[in-house]
Design a binder for this molecule. Sequence first.
Ligand code: ADP
Ligand code: TPW
Ligand code: MG
Length: 565
Amino acid sequence: MNGQSNGQTMTDGFHLVLDALKLNGVENLYGVAGIPITDLLRLAQAEGFRYIGFRHEQSAANAAAIAGFITGKPAVCMTVSAPGFLNGLVGLANATTNCFPMVLISGSSDRNIVDLEQGDYEEMDQLAAARPYAKAAYRVNRPQDIGLGVARAIRAAVSGRPGGVYLDLTAEVLGSVLDVETARKSLIKVVDPAPPQPPAAESVSRALELLASAQRPLVLLGKGAAYAQADDEIRSFIETTGIPFLPMSMAKGLLPDNHPQSAAAARSFAIGNADVVLVAGARLNWLLSHGKAPLWSEQTKLIQVDISPTEIDSNRAIAAPVVADIKSAFAAFNAALTPGQVKPSESWINDIATRKQTNVEKMAKRLNSDTTPMNFSNALRAVRDAIAGTPDVYIVNEGANTLDFGRNIIDMSLPRHRLDSGTWGVMGIGMGYAIGAAVESGKPVVALEGDSAFGFSGMEIETICRYNLPVVTVIFNNNGIYRGDKPGSAPSPTGFLNDARYDKIIEAFGGKGYHVADTKSLQNAVAEALASGKPALINAVIDPTAGTESGHIQSLNPKSALVTA
Ligand code: ADP
Ligand code: TPW
Ligand code: MG
């Protein structure tokens, strides 16, 4: 307790917030300074927290969110009132949507004035605004409740299905004093915040019996399986049974993409023809066509492992639900499995292998053909080759074509190393995720960014340079959202300035900029930038006609009933 150590008998809200976070193992703080949290952040730095100051709260919150995904512990983002809070709320909502644990702590204005709408500086009922978009939202109104508020926020964020939690701290509470003895007693160290939730024995045997009856089984792994840090249990189950597996994009690397049992290159064939699919840590949402035709067959029976009971049957009937945490569930599968009990048929394995080979050959043609200017395939091949020797690099990826091609072309070999637009398909996570990953892991990050996607968080390049983080940002510059406009035409809704030089942005902050127009130069630039361990930005010129509208999800665009052409 800070007050005690220098002989004082009183402490205050500022100190208590930090004491509570420290007691619960929080080391890094992400945020933007201002009234009423500036002194809180100064004190945090003085007390040994690593504080990362951003240019926009949305990126700070995104950094905290991805820190939660990577580490399994909720990270903290701190913002000022009203507008700062609202900026951070976008990141909090995105964390909740993706099931990442984090805590957003915002200072708030004087309750007496806010509640009577008397017009305070940055007035807003932040608690009410946060509640619909957070897993939980709490306000601390007395300094003796700070410890409890922090403890509840951490437990709520990380237990069960993880999510974003909002904690409202009034300016008054931060400034209030409390005697150190009362303060000390008020702190709570959260014990076992995410306890194992083992499956019921019957649910395990039901699932294994169904799998044992299958000729054409498939395991589908989602980012919940990556988050669960059950890497060994999952790998052992898949390798022992010999079942082909498919990773969702942020589950790539849970088993390496070059694993012989990966069915990724035969994705729709495998999903459409499997007789039993074991879905682990993935929701049957739009990313999986809601479990419906034409991707899925009605005959396919499903096993679903999820920590959230209401996820079961949310989109189609689940024959064998296993409500549990994934580490416990796969440990239970492995323990209950008898030798030879589950056995995919030989023809199933062969059919998938044949499909894979055909698709890989088709793709290789596109990857290996050089064009001027570059297209998404050959530019991503150059990036792939440049990072091949650095398997521990984190990949951040957003955009439309940049995302869809990137997901397929950049193989992963380690779990929780691919960080992308996720459940919302959101733009703007790029620099926040890159900074969060670099700070939490100390490892290099390569951010593969569409030129539009980059713009949503681009000013954080200054943040990257300020902290000298090993982040290499590659802009796939096709002059626009999906495509560029014809030279000389007025800007369309999707077009940007032609031939913008994004590499100049990083030069303003002392980082290294590259401007490349061919695959060889791109590959060299990525390799050199990665080896330097320093901030770099590569402006990669991509054919403005190469992309397709909305990348691979063009069908989700509503069509005007009146346009016939
Ligand atoms: P993806 O986008 O990769 O398909 P989703 O985000 O849709 O994955 O699904 C993640 C699922 O994982 C959620 O339904 C969530 O409840 C579940 N989940 C998260 N953590 C765990 C865990 N430790 N054990 C079991 N399920 C988990
Ligand atoms: C917060 C809508 C989806 S994809 C995209 C936008 C604006 C950008 C695509 O262009 P980019 O990629 O990044 O240059 P490329 O390679 O296809 O040219 N606002 C938010 N989220 C989303 N998803 C959008 C808008 C969108
Ligand atoms: Mg673009």
